[in-house]
Ligand binder design. Structure first.
Ligand SMILES: Cc1cc2nc3c(=O)[nH]c(=O)nc-3n(C[C@H](O)[C@H](O)[C@H](O)COP(=O)(O)OP(=O)(O)OC[C@H]3O[C@@H](n4cnc5c(N)ncnc54)[C@H](O)[C@@H]3O)c2cc1C
Length: 415
């Protein structure tokens, strides 16, 4: 192959956005994946570019909710019993990190990334001819119980502090935005600054096509073949070996598979999630994603139909799918919106790569010169991909970073 300056491992939305940013700097970049761009986790998300995120999803509080989850009755979470001993330390760390006093800290350190998320995507979308995929209609969150709406008070307070626009709506006002919703909820919040994508796969493909148009090369290969070749990094691909002085690990939930043999062990877990598309009945439609907060699922209008997405399942990443949450939530979803026939025979499953402190890892790999990390974006990998790509390109090219990368460094786990 011709001279390569940088290798990006993983062509999910994070890797593709990173490769595109590097190519825009004039670097010769090889983007390597074993599948086509955007076909794994980045395919199946809810499509929300949620620049307004203040708090990560909280560990369930209250005995009643915990018991519902324990007895596998709650739609928002599921678990495989045999996996619990392995995930327990991570769950305890997550519980500690979502205590109220820690949440404010997370909101503060993540804000620099979130606040740039939409503008960064808009810039890439304009260049990639993908602006038509973005809707600027917000994200509507519905609350069936007064108590669950009241529990959003602190988050709304912090959002107001950051100048994030939220509109509090009664059911009637919410239904002027979304007439197809049945008034089975008592309160609604429209996070007006949120934007959403009508086809996440098309977006990743558009960025990949732009990357190729700038001279970037997309190759098929197994990222785990990464090794040192003198002072450079080398990966084997279907086109032969490729080497470069810099390599970026953007393998999402598979990142530990490559890093563990290099001696880099980071405490990442996955929250598995499912989706299935349904045709709306009659001429019902949605203009924006909807969260049914008390049942922990979303309805998102996509080109394929209404995408119903689930909350978290704690199970081994590679265990067979168990889409029981979809079964549990369907009565509530059908009560809320007229869902018709399913589009596919089976549910899709993906794995959100998550650190317990709800921050990604972005920056140099400890002890491995020229190796960079960009993964662990949890519920916000689509949202944060474009700004992550810019930050990684800044670090590789040794230009002033768009945001201070310190809070996202892998070294935070060594402290
Ligand atoms: C149900 C659900 C809903 C979600 N909703 C949202 C949302 O609304 N908004 C949002 O911002 N985020 C959302 N997310 C999260 C988001 O989808 C992820 O954070 C994001 O897709 C992660 O992107 P990634 O590029 O890091 O990983 P991936 O998209 O998984 O990409 C990793 C790539 O690495 C490749 N790979 C792995 N191993 C190897 C190997 N050995 N060799 C070569 N290639 C390899 C894979 O083929 C894949 O292409 C949601 C996730 C789920 C599951």
């Amino acid at each position: 192959m011709a001279r390569t300056d940088a290798i990006v491992l993983g062509a999910g939305i994070v890797g593709v956005a990173t490769a595109l940013h590097l190519a825009r700097r004039g670097l010769a970049v090889a983007l390597i994946d074993r599948r086509g761009p955007g076909e794994e986790t980045s395919y199946g998300n809810t499509g929300i570019i949620e620049a307004n995120t203040v708090f990560p999803p909280a560990f369930p509080r209250g005995l009643a909710r915990l018991m519902e989850i324990a007895f596998k009755r709650a739609p928002e979470a599921n678990y495989h019993l045999g996996f619990l001993p392995r995930i327990a330390p991570w769950l305890l760390a997550y519980r500690a990190a979502t205590q109220p006093e820690k949440l404010a800290e997370t909101a503060r350190v993540m804000r620099p990334l979130f606040k740039r998320a939409v503008a960064e995507h808009e810039e890439l979308m304009a260049q990639a001819g993908a602006a038509h995929l973005m809707r600027k209609t917000g994200w509507l969150k519905l609350y069936r119980r007064d108590a669950s709406f009241a529990a959003t008070a602190r988050e709304r307070e912090i959002a107001a502090h950051f100048g994030i626009p939220i509109r509090v709506l009664d059911p009637e006002a919410a239904r002027t935005l979304e007439p197809a919703l049945n008034p089975v909820f008592r309160h609604a919040l429209n996070w007006e600054g949120a934007t959403s994508i009508s086809d996440p796969l098309a977006l990743t493909r558009a960025y990949a096509a732009r990357f190729n148009a700038l001279g970037g090369v997309t190759l098929t290969g197994d990222a785990r073949s990464l090794h040192r070749e003198g002072s450079r990094w080398r990966v084997d691909t279907a086109e032969g070996p490729v080497d470069a002085s810099d390599a970026v690990v953007a393998l999402g939930p598979w990142s530990p598979d490559l890093l563990a043999p290099l001696g880099i062990r980071l405490p990442m877990a996955v929250k598995r999630g499912y989706h299935r598309h349904f045709r709306p009945r009659g001429n019902a439609s949605l203009a924006r994603p909807i969260l049914d907060a008390d049942n922990g699922y979303c309805l998102a209008p996509m080109n394929q139909g209404i995408r119903v997405t689930t909350g978290a399942e704690f199970a081994d990443r590679d265990a067979a799918p168990t889409p029981v949450q979809l079964d549990r939530l369907m009565p509530a979803a059908q009560e809320l919106f007229p869902l018709g026939e399913p589009v596919e025979a089976k549910a899709w499953m993906g794995s959100r790569p998550c650190f317990a402190d709800s921050r990604p890892v972005i920056g140099p790999a400890p002890g491995q010169a020229g190796l960079w990390l960009a993964f662990g974006h949890a519920h916000w990998g689509l949202t944060l991909s474009a700004v992550t790509g810019r930050l990684v390109a800044d670090l590789v090219a040794k230009t002033a970073p768009v945001v201070d990368p310190a809070p996202y460094a892998a070294e935070r786990f060594a402290r």
